[in-house]
Design a protein around this ligand. Structure first.
Ligand SMILES: [Zn+2]
Length: 407
């Protein structure tokens, strides 16, 4: 397939490390370009004065922009049902943490998941996966964490494994047994950590169900030393850490993750100068999830400051039924500009190539590069790159191409 007369072909570099600092604002692109796809791979591209003769399927993309598909490196896409009743409780004045302490929140999702079959979980998740693909997502990470028992966590991870087998886009599975303490372990935290370490992890490793390990490092969830036990136990099975931290409190989670070479630290609504200093001298990626504070009316992540200080920043949706019931990465990119004060180029880089790095998929995804998978978004006719985050309420996508095929 040849796509010709592309107004602007975005992000044509293939960096070997996650972008940070000034490089986040650089977006190598070609104006008036062509792009040649062979099977599911990007074969070549260039400016129209070098366009090859081609007899196969050709798309005339005059006035349209081509960019890599979104790489959404943080989601909880597998869940039983939505939680709009808690949304209404919050609108009436209860906080997310108050609802969680009253048995809502993650524990509510866990209870619902317990009573949902593996088949039903798979069906609803597959539908959501298709929904986000149509919104331009071309690679995704999915966490467990609503099981909170050996059986429940294995059920979720087996659903993710089935999704991997059926999905046209790559999926990374992240084991989040340490999402919340189940009620029966309310007063025996070490007992639940032992369950994760001694019962869940060996079985997960045996079945090859996880690529990463996660924990919710937060006052209402797992302490820094709890999280350390989880990270170290995962490392024994070769699982790198991608950790929820600094959503509500600065308590040492970032330092712990950097010390243990975590692939990413995710959330960062609150982050202090010492933590920024620690992050910028590390390879750990800061994954910001602006739709969570949007939905919870919390303070936003200091995206501008993190970029200026030289931290590698990625953007992800945090798609989940409690704090971000949306997997729309177009909205995430808009929020990153409007609320995190990132530029359109920085936000798009954070949601594509840096997202790919945050899932270790950068060799095949995240930019328009020879030999990479042909996963890209073809926009409608739009005036400029900045129009993508600017027109936040419009669907600007004409076609999403996955593995060289329009979906
Ligand atoms: Zn999350």
């Amino acid at each position: 397939m040849l796509i010709k007369n592309i107004k602007s072909l975005l992000q044509t570099s293939s960096p070997t490390k996650a972008l940070r600092g000034k490089s986040m604002s650089e977006m190598k692109s070609i104006e008036n370009a062509w792009l040649l796809i062979e099977n599911d791979i990007i074969k070549n591209f260039g400016s129209m004065d070098t366009c090859p003769d081609f007899n196969g399927e050709t798309i005339d993309a005059i006035g349209k922009i081509v960019l890599p598909t979104w790489c959404d490196s943080h989601t909880h896409l597998v869940f039983s049902t939505s939680r709009e009743e808690e949304f209404e409780m919050r609108l009436k004045g209860k906080s997310y943490q108050e609802i969680a302490q009253a048995g809502g929140g993650i524990l509510n999702s866990a209870k619902k998941l317990q009573n949902t079959s593996e088949d039903d979980l798979f069906k609803s998740a597959f539908q959501r996966l298709h929904e986000v693909m149509k919104l331009g997502t071309g690679a995704i990470e999915i966490k467990s964490g609503y099981g909170l028992s050996v059986e429940g966590e294995l059920k979720m991870l087996r659903v993710i494994k089935r999704l991997k087998e059926k999905s046209p886009i790559p999926i990374k599975a992240n084991f989040l047994g340490a999402h919340s303490y189940p009620a029966e372990y309310k007063d025996d935290h070490q007992g639940y950590i032992n369950l994760i370490v001694n019962e869940m992890l060996p079985q997960i490793a045996k079945e090859g169900l996880a690529d990463y390990i996660d924990a919710f490092c937060e006052k209402v969830a797992f302490s820094v030393s709890d999280t350390e036990q989880i990270i170290k136990a995962g490392a024994k099975y070769g699982l790198k850490a991608k950790i929820h931290t600094n959503q509500f409190n600065c308590m040492g989670g970032i330092e712990l993750c950097v010390e243990n070479n975590a692939l990413s630290v995710d959330h960062l609504e609150v982050v202090n100068d010492a933590e920024i200093e620690c992050l910028k001298n590390s390879e750990t990626i800061a994954t910001l999830l602006p739709s969570a504070p949007f939905f919870l009316s919390d303070p936003y992540q200091p995206g501008r400051k993190l970029v200026d200080e030289g931290v590698a920043v990625a953007l992800a949706s945090d798609y989940n039924p409690g704090s971000s019931p949306s997997g729309n990465m177009n909205l995430v990119v808009s929020l990153a500009c409007v609320k995190l004060k990132m530029t359109p180029e920085e936000a798009i880089n954070a949601a594509t190539i840096n997202g790919a790095f945050a899932m270790e998929l950068n060799e095949e995804y995240g930019s328009i590069s020879k030999g990479k998978k042909a996963n890209f978004i073809l926009t409608k006719k739009i005036p400029s790159v900045a129009y993508i985050p600017y027109a936040f309420g419009s669907n600007l996508i004409d076609q999403v191409i996955i593995n060289g095929k329009s979906i």
